[in-house]
Design a protein around this ligand. Sequence first.
Ligand SMILES: CC(=O)N[C@H]1[C@@H](OP(=O)(O)OP(=O)(O)OC[C@H]2O[C@@H](n3ccc(=O)[nH]c3=O)[C@H](O)[C@@H]2O)O[C@H](CO)[C@@H](O)[C@@H]1O
Ligand SMILES: C=C(OP(=O)(O)O)C(=O)O
Length: 429
Amino acid sequence: MDKLRIRGGNPLKGQITISGAKNAALPLQAACLLTDEKLTLTNLPLLADITTMNRLLAQHGVEVHINGRDAFGSSGRSVELDAADIFNLTAPYDLVRKMRASVLVLGPLLARFGQAKVSLPGGCAIGTRPVDLHIKGLQAMGAQIDIEGGYILAKAPEGGLVGAEFVFPQVSVGATENLMMAATLAKGETILMNAAREPEIGDLARCLIAMGAEIEGIGSDRLVIKGKDRLHGATYAVLPDRIEAGTFAMAAAITGGELELVGARMDDLKSVVKTLAGANVKVSETANGLLVASNGDLLGVDVMTEPFPGFPTDLQAQMMALMCVAKGASMITETIFENRFMHVPELTRMGANITVHGSSALVRGVPKLTGAPVMATDLRASVSLVLAGLAAQGETTVNRIYHLDRGYERVEAKLAACGADMERVKEED
Ligand SMILES: CC(=O)N[C@H]1[C@@H](OP(=O)(O)OP(=O)(O)OC[C@H]2O[C@@H](n3ccc(=O)[nH]c3=O)[C@H](O)[C@@H]2O)O[C@H](CO)[C@@H](O)[C@@H]1O
Ligand SMILES: C=C(OP(=O)(O)O)C(=O)O
């Protein structure tokens, strides 16, 4: 198991190219199941989760051809996904438990083949994360769903899924994606209300439209999908990762440096930029992306996570690392997941002053953090420890970075190229 060794204190300076978004790429990969023609995805990030999704698709019968690096330079890869000959409609526990986004094959398989068997993903470090909304939405489209032996057994009615109106009682990114994909092949019109508005949903919708789907309301919480008899192949580029961009923006801020984030989009990061401005961090648009520059002392600012366009839960841990060394106090409230403060005890081991009360954490800024061996049990918590390590005095070792490798492409190489003193070491070193 690899770990990262970081000697903190260097202000980061330079350019970082933002990779394709993991959370956009995964549903786009699943979308290949909707057609018997080839779906080519470009700007795919090189991440463990992308490989897991390719493996899942391959065991359904998808032919996966990875085409090396593409026009986006070192961060991009393209893949051809050919789901002409699907021979297995089961997504097994072994793969689904590794990555919750595996459940995104449910809607496409059910819509195109009339049935699917997908393992329930179960809980994970950040919360219980049920899939009841995915199930209820598909039931509204006529599916019969049973749970047996830890699996979702789904069957479409004779003649296929039928369009329906479905109001999400709670905003869900994954359920919106699953239902939107299923609706593209359902009979008639589907209206999804209180749908998630995350940029990754828009990316999926645009790819589905390129595949022949009819979808209106992109960017709003009301999606109208007119079902088609079939979809066709397409080529589509994954959008840049707003969470990676936000993370590196905070890396610039916590080290008092200046980074240009190539490919980062202001529109996808408005709430984050506003919050950073409150913390005295300057973010401006450039011809290539966004420039993030330290503006003197960091200031404490309150943060509440919310569905898009609010502040993303996937940047909460990183923002907390920043607040650990800000002047004054900050109240950080997590409203999306019930257990997303696992970074708190580890940050505390580095000298942070944090008190958790239920879903809120009161962070009182300290003048400095000190390096320590630390470990995290989820992706964003792990990277928050990297940020803390970059700012801390002395050496920090972040253990168990396989969580980090799920969502950050070559994080040590990208940061080291901008002056971070860090390297990846093997456990036995
Ligand atoms: C691969 C991917 O894109 N992952 C992202 C996606 O996860 P994911 O799609 O799993 O997150 P959801 O938006 O579905 O979850 C939001 C909330 O709704 C709850 N819920 C969800 C579905 C359901 O059927 N029932 C239910 O109760 C969840 O437990 C959670 O409390 O959106 C999250 C919220 O922005 C991000 O943190 C994840 O990085
Ligand atoms: C929680 C995340 O991912 P997943 O939904 O794949 O667990 C994340 O990207 O922060």
